[in-house]
Write a protein that binds this ligand. Structure first.
Ligand SMILES: NC(=O)c1ccc[n+]([C@@H]2O[C@H](COP(=O)([O-])OP(=O)(O)OC[C@H]3O[C@@H](n4cnc5c(N)ncnc54)[C@H](OP(=O)(O)O)[C@@H]3O)[C@@H](O)[C@H]2O)c1
Length: 305
């Protein structure tokens, strides 16, 4: 099967490149920047062309507008990239009976107060433009009606690009004191673990195709799933663990409330995803967040990436 990855130069896209090396499938890595096959996912005809030319049967969408605060003032591009573009990908896959694996976010929740892990069928209550446009993207994919797996994830980090782990590695190495919020709780997700889960889902879909000896007509497991690492922590705990692992002990890290760092978008106070469905359906094993963080930090500090 030929699998096309969008946004290949991002955090998840880079981890997909690592995971793809273990696969016998053909992968095509695309992005809007140099170094990849160029594909702008806001251009439906360009998607159709690359799908046709390469007989693509699965698209993994790692591209998105991901700057949460900047989304508030960026204008129409955020809806175009986070909602219309996934709809384009869903249409292109439906036309060839293919599968779209799309990545969404815990920020589709947050408006209602809750203190138990969010399930897939819980009502979306985004608090900002990013979460709202990602929710629209999910709805548009579902409305197209083809085969899709939407994976909502949270607090994504990796060895690649800009992210919280890399920022805190730097700040705890250079600042004598640091305040980090402890009143926002969630679960970090190592993008490599998410990429491995995506590979498992694609394999599962392929088995179904081979069993039916057809292209993917009705993938029985189409739907929305939640994926993060296991466990729960605050941004403060996350930072303490990063600093401790690399031995940045000279920085005095103190907990603080969110109102000390005003931001354009209200973040959910409790944003933990319930992962029972993805585990039960695909049999994926999900690592504890501290174990995955240590793997990523080892790669970063030993310069493997
Ligand atoms: N980061 C998080 O904490 C987080 C949390 C929850 C969910 N997610 C979701 O997880 C997914 C992956 O996130 P990530 O952090 O890996 O994203 P990322 O690092 O920001 O990567 C996104 C990639 O998409 C590219 N892109 C931008 N516009 C494009 C277009 N029109 N066509 C094709 N590619 C385009 C970007 O290129 P440029 O850099 O040149 O713009 C970038 O290479 C996203 O769906 C995101 O919403 C992320």
């Amino acid at each position: 099967m030929t699998i096309l990855v969008t946004g290949a130069n991002g955090q998840l896209g880079n981890e997909m490149q690592i995971v793809a090396k273990k696969s016998s499938d053909k992968y095509i890595f695309t992005d809007v920047c140099e170094g990849y096959e160029k594909l702008d996912i806001t251009d439906l005809e360009a998607i159709r062309k690359v799908v046709k030319e390469n007989d693509v049967k699965c698209i993994v969408n790692c591209a998105a507008w991901t700057n949460v605060d900047a989304a508030e003032t960026a204008g129409d591009i955020v809806e175009t990239l986070n909602a219309t573009a996934p709809e384009n990908l869903a249409k292109a896959m439906k036309e060839v009976n293919g599968l779209l694996v799309h990545v969404s976010t815990d920020y589709v929740f947050g408006g209602d107060p809750y203190n138990t892990p969010c399930k897939e069928d819980q009502k979306g209550t985004p608090t900002g433009v990013y979460g709202m446009t990602k929710l629209h993207g999910e709805q548009k994919i579902q409305a197209v009606g083809g085969n899709y797996v939407i994976l909502r994830t949270a607090w994504l980090y990796s060895e690649f690009g800009k992210n919280f782990v890399k920022t805190m590695l730097n700040l705890t190495a250079t600042k004598p004191q640091l305040k980090v919020v402890f009143d926002q709780v969630g679960t970090p997700t190592y993008a490599l673990d998410l990429a491995n889960a995506i590979a498992t889902i694609i394999e599962d879909c392929e088995k179904e195709i081979f069993n039916s000896q057809l292209s993917i007509i009705n993938y029985s497991k189409s739907g929305i799933y939640h994926f993060s690492n296991e466990g729960v922590c605050s941004w403060y705990d996350f930072t303490k663990m990063i600093a401790e692992y690399v031995g940045n002990s000279d920085c005095d890290i103190q907990p603080c409330h969110s109102d000390e760092f005003p931001s354009p978008v209200k973040r959910p106070a409790y944003s933990v995803l319930d992962k029972s469905k993805v585990k039960g359906t695909f049999g994926v094993t999900i690592p504890y967040w501290v174990d995955s963080l240590e793997k990523c930090l080892k790669n970063l500090t030993e310069g493997q990436c």
